[in-house]
Design a protein around this ligand. Structure first.
Ligand code: SF4
Ligand code: SF4
Length: 464
């Protein structure tokens, strides 16, 4: 009878639910080398990201506290919230489409969790503690000077690295200049920044030193959604059961007629960082890291069979179907994504360079001047979304006869920045016919009218 016990519990938990530590063999092979190249490039990009500037703006900045977000040098303010919503919708459609076609390719090749764990922390572990057999022996051994030395060394390096990653992560939220300020200035001036730095350092240390594959299996929402995102046409890391079964260990001189190509060497299981057996089929725990493909290819080469017993494939292909890529589902997702991206592009390109908010100062009543003019005080906030310095002026368009008097200096808008100021609107009493009059203010760049803002003006009612 088929052994289905793998369905009853996680590969990394025993019958009582206690964590089983995974000691995967060191991956080797063509795909691992390719993943190393991709991971090196992505790590380089990640670490240099906070230092890269486009037009004086960071490549990526998520300044949540000041509600300012910079993506590829473009600054987004709270006023651009609609663009964020559309971007989020586009990202969801893209994720669904990408996963429907390529399965968990992202998890194995691009996800920072996999890259840091498999390409950085795991390598350091092999370097300090040796391969899986040595690691197992060290774990099982009683505490000795040697074991303490190995463990202290490993966890010190892990924490130092987590501290660097924590700082890097923080730089994407504060900007690199602010991060240097936090590091170099008196700690008393940056309690919040230092708390964040330590929080992220301990978080990453906890994830990469202890939690590890559990983050993918138990926490990651993308991983949890795989069951609904992929279908039988999605490309996955798959064991070709048609070719591999019935599996049987190789016995020298034995005629293998009627026996599959899987020789039960367990190389694919031993190398798996999530502790599963890919021969049981698609499983939630599989992060498509491809280590089992390399391991099985090595076995196949050794025994003189063709590679690809475990390979990128799909359920449909394994069942003998064609590589049907354009399913109805994929066409619908593609159309939806194209529509959302078109809307996003149109709205981003046509974003006004300056956005102005004018508010009558709350709690202030109108005043009547000696030359019979009624005066209201306003505050103005202007956001420059362009890379140019823009000198701005305000002019009253309606009602005719009124005027604007700025309080304070001339308004020069620096690139990608905000300025605030205060001004009066004066209207002859004869032009006011009630307690509230609508006024129209023009925002000027030289003679060019960039925006027209309508706001209310308070004045005496007719009887006063
Ligand atoms: S089954 Fe293969 S691809 Fe999936 S996580 Fe394990 S080693 Fe990686
Ligand atoms: S590595 Fe290949 S041959 Fe060895 S057990 Fe896994 S599937 Fe079978």
């Amino acid at each position: 009878m088929e052994n289905d016990s793998f369905r009853d519990r996680l590969a990394t938990a025993d019958k009582e639910g206690k964590r089983l530590w995974v000691y995967p063999a060191k991956p080797k092979g063509r795909l691992y080398r390719a993943r190393t190249v991709v991971a090196s490039f992505l790590l380089l990009l990640l670490f240099s990201g906070p230092f890269i500037k486009i037009g004086g703006q960071p490549l990526l900045l998520l300044d949540v506290l000041n509600r300012r977000f910079v993506i590829f040098g473009f600054t987004f303010w709270p006023q651009d919230f609609h663009l964020f919503v559309i971007t989020a919708i586009a990202a969801v459609f893209f994720l669904i489409l990408f996963t429907a076609v390529f399965g968990r390719l992202f998890c194995g090749w691009i996800c920072p969790q996999t890259i840091f764990l498999e390409m950085v922390f795991r390598r350091i572990e092999y370097w300090i503690e040796g391969g899986p057999a040595k690691q197992r022996r060290l774990s099982a051994s009683s505490w000795s000077v040697y074991k303490i030395y190995k463990r202290v060394l490993k966890h010190s390096v892990f924490f130092a690295l987590s501290f660097i990653i924590g700082n890097l992560f923080l730089a994407y939220f504060t900007g690199i200049e602010k991060l240097f300020e936090i590091i170099t200035d008196s700690p008393a001036n940056h309690i919040a920044g230092l708390t964040g730095m330590l929080f992220f350092s301990f978080l990453f240390y906890g994830v990469f030193a202890w939690f590890r594959e559990q983050a993918c299996t138990l926490v990651c929402p993308y991983g949890r959604l795989q069951g609904v995102l992929i279908d039988s046409n999605s490309i996955i890391v798959a064991y070709d059961y048609n070719r591999g079964e019935p599996r049987k260990a190789m016995v020298r001189g034995e005629d293998r007629a009627g026996i599959g190509d899987c020789v039960e060497c367990a190389a694919c299981v031993n190398v798996c960082p999530t502790g599963i057996d890919i021969r049981n089929g698609t499983q939630l725990e599989c992060v498509n890291c491809t280590a089992c493909i390399d391991a099985c290819n090595r076995t196949m080469r050794k025994i003189g069979l063709s590679e690809g017993l475990i390979r990128y494939s799909s359920e449909a292909i394994l069942k003998g179907g064609k590589r049907l890529r354009l399913t109805g589902r994929i066409i619908i997702y593609s159309i939806a994504l194209t529509i959302v991206l078109s809307i996003l592009t149109y709205m981003s390109v046509n974003r006004p360079p300056v956005e102005t908010t004018i508010l009558r100062t709350p709690g202030m009543l109108y005043t009547v001047t000696e030359n019979d003019q009624v005066r209201n005080l306003y505050s103005v906030k202007m956001i420059n979304k362009s890379y140019d310095t823009i000198p701005v002026g305000l002019r009253l368009k309606a009602p005719v006869g009124g005027s604007i008097a700025m309080v304070g200096a001339e308004m020069i808008l620096p690139p990608n920045d905000v300025i605030e100021s205060v001004f009066f609107i004066r209207i002859p009493r004869a032009s006011i016919f009630g307690p509230t009059t609508l006024v129209v203010v023009e925002v000027l760049n030289g003679d060019e009218v960039m925006e027209e803002i309508t706001t209310s003006f308070m004045g005496p009612s007719g009887e006063e």
